[in-house]
Design a protein around this ligand. Structure first.
Ligand code: GTP
Ligand code: MG
Length: 624
């Protein structure tokens, strides 16, 4: 059978998973009776809850006489490592670009990676049904911008001659003729994804196979089966693999040395739709899922011939951020979940590193603290959330930017941030970015949009800003644009260290004793800052209960009870309601945290605390 291997790449939210849904549906993958949720490929709980893809996933469809392996990838920059490793499994990519938003930072990143690998790209302009693009002018402009991006990224002549489809992935149609769009939107014409299927078969080259060579495969992804354990997923580069065959896993040790392991392929699967289906043999070119070793790691080579050199191990862009994971040393440790010892914490983190090449692990000078290196605050938040759902308790510190020394100079990572927002907020936002050492590099109007508050003029700003300056920015940016701003960024390189930067302007309000928070105490503290806790919550000395409205920290007693008096003044028991308690989600905590503070994570609670708990041993003056 004819074979094609492709992946779907794009900036976050441009519609990749939705497109894969309809490709699956229209290729007859699901039976008539089957109830299929939207974005069926987003199978993880956290993916469904957040509406974003976190892990790349495989599927396969049949179109006429062709078997097409498709990989859906995440669009969020923090998970860019997933895209990088998946690109080695495919021969071409469908690049989605939102017809209204146009190419954004992650579009550039994923396209660059695909072009570097020499892949042929099909451009799919998605969401052409959006009312903002109904005149077709914006769509044409977006096509031009994308073309410029190809050229800018050094596309070959052949790559720059990319075919284009215009799609409404959500309604499962696309067309190569822009003039057909209005009729398709109006339903006067019935569309499908047929033009895209055809393009995939016509323009993406079938996998190149070295004939006569023994079996060889690079492990690009890992899976898990309750019956056979760990699974290695990758494209078969050469040869054939059969069930029961003796194979060699060419892996590495913890220190990076070569290490071979013999094993037997106990079971083999390939994809049919979203399912892994057992097969007796898999041929070169196809995506194989192999069971038989518990030690598969991403980047390993699996081969039938021990003497052959292993394939080049996968490398992805280096991490830019580090976060300390620590054993939970807080007074309430073990109350909600399993307070794990350092050995178990270490094992859990090492397991994550094996599954995810974009994350690294390092020991620290402290035996109960470990350093995890990654790419962004969201990536850390997802890992933390997964671990707490496993019932674990631990603490994490503030993300720290990884600097490096070049020619004796301290260098820090810098990002290009792209903002799209209503013009009225652009002044405040520009000031906010400049305060954090951002440099405005472009300012363009991006048309008028009808937002919740009527018709607005929108602008698109680009800043070059140190990664350090972006930490904790998301919430602030959303607040100052009343939730109407778009924001994304992509690391572009390193620059000379830009000097000190105060992460958080305000200090913390810290409990000075253990007890239960009372409403009476909170009412008295209400105008000193913003409170994070409800009455009735248990606190310990050193735990943070809110943000102080001054620069230093403030130790307070949040457990104070009202003195009972014999004289009852009329109405004195009717408290005025609290001004408002700020709910601190995990992500907000990560953004807010300072270096001398921990987030204590348990299955039931997320607490903020000072690293030094005793108030008589801790200074309230914060260093700048
Ligand atoms: N108007 C419109 N909305 C669409 C279309 N396709 C997808 N969407 C919407 O866009 C949102 C994002 O869709 P997803 O398919 O999750 O996007 P994604 O690219 O997979 O996102 P990540 O995996 O997180 O990068 C969803 O709310 C979809 O319903 C379309 O053709 N038109
Ligand atoms: Mg997705």
């Amino acid at each position: 059978m004819d074979l094609r291997n492709i992946c779907i790449i794009a900036h976050v939210d441009h519609g990749k998973t939705t497109l894969v849904d309809h490709l699956l549906r229209q290729s007859g993958t699901f039976s008539e009776r089957e109830q299929v949720d939207d974005r069926a490929m987003d199978t993880m709980d956290l993916e469904r809850e957040r509406g974003i893809t976190i892990q790349a996933k495989n599927a396969a469809i049949k179109y006429k006489n062709t078997r097409i392996n498709i990989v859906d990838t995440p669009g969020h920059a923090d998970f860019g490592g997933e895209v990088e490793r998946i690109l080695g499994m495919v021969d071409g990519a469908v690049l989605l670009v939102d017809a209204a938003e146009g190419p954004l930072p992650q579009t550039r990143f994923v396209l660059q990676k695909a072009l570097e690998k020499g892949q042929k790209v099909i451009l799919c302009i998605n969401k052409v049904d959006r009312p903002e693009v109904s005149d077709g002018l914006r769509t044409a402009e977006v096509v031009n911008q994308t073309f410029d991006l190809f050229i800018d990224l050094g596309a070959t002549e052949e790559q720059a001659d990319f075919p284009i489809v215009y799609a409404c992935a959500r309604n499962g149609w696309c067309t190569r003729q822009p003039e057909e769009i209005p009729a398709l939107i109006a339903g006067e014409k019935k569309g499908s994804l047929e033009p895209l299927f055809e393009l995939i078969v016509e323009t993406i080259t079938p996998p190149q196979i070295e004939t006569g060579k023994p079996f060889q495969m690079l492990v690009s992804n890992l899976g898990w089966s309750d019956f056979v354990g760990r699974l290695a997923i990758g494209r078969v580069l050469s040869g054939t693999v059969e069930t029961g065959q003796k194979l060699v896993r060419q892996g590495i040790t913890e220190n990076g040395g070569a290490k071979n392991q013999n094993f037997t392929a106990t079971q083999l699967f390939h994809y049919e739709g979203m399912k892994q289906v057992e097969v007796p043999a898999i041929e070169a070119g196809d995506v194989a899922v192999i069971a038989g070793s518990e030690d598969f790691e991403i980047g390993d080579t699996v081969t039938s011939e021990e003497g052959r050199p292993a394939l080049h191990r996968l490398e992805v862009n280096k991490p830019t951020l580090a976060m300390i994971f620590s054993v939970n040393t807080s007074p309430f440790s073990g109350k909600d979940g399993e307070a794990i010892q350092s050995r178990k914490l270490r094992e859990r983190l090492l397991r994550e590193v094996r599954m995810n090449v974009a994350i690294r692990f390092e020991e620290t000078e402290q035996p109960d603290q470990f350093r995890v290196l990654g790419r962004g605050e969201l990536q850390f938040a997802i890992l933390i959330e997964q671990m707490r759902r496993e019932g674990l308790e631990f603490m994490v510190g503030r993300p720290i930017v990884l600097t490096k020394v070049e020619n004796g100079m301290k260098m820090e990572p810098i990002e290009r941030a792209t903002l799209d927002l209503p013009e009225e907020f652009s002044g405040d936002v520009t000031r906010m970015f400049q305060e954090r050492k951002g440099l405005l590099v472009s300012y363009e109007t991006s048309g008028t949009h009808s937002g919740p508050s009527g018709v607005q003029n929108r602008v698109r700003l680009e800043f070059d800003i140190p990664t350090r300056g972006l930490l904790g920015m998301r919430t602030k940016y959303l607040t100052s644009t009343k939730g109407e701003g778009l924001f994304s960024s992509q690391m572009t390189g390193y620059v000379e260290w830009k000097g000190e930067l105060l992460h958080r302007a305000n200090g913390a309000m810290v409990a000075d004793r253990t007890g239960k928070v009372t409403e009476y105490a909170l009412l008295n503290l209400d105008d000193r800052g913003v409170l994070f806790l409800q009455p009735g919550i248990d606190v310990y000395e050193g735990m943070i209960i809110g943000e102080f409205n001054k620069e230093n920290d403030l130790n307070v007693n949040p457990t104070r009870e009202k003195k009972l008096t014999n004289v009852r003044a009329a109405g004195s028991d009717h408290y005025v309601a609290l001004k408002g308690i700020r709910q601190m989600s995990l992500e907000k905590c990560i953004e807010w945290l300072e270096e001398d503070e921990w987030i204590e994570v348990t299955p039931k609670s997320i607490r903020l605390r000072k690293k030094i708990l005793a108030s008589n041993q801790r200074s309230i003056i914060r260093r700048s």
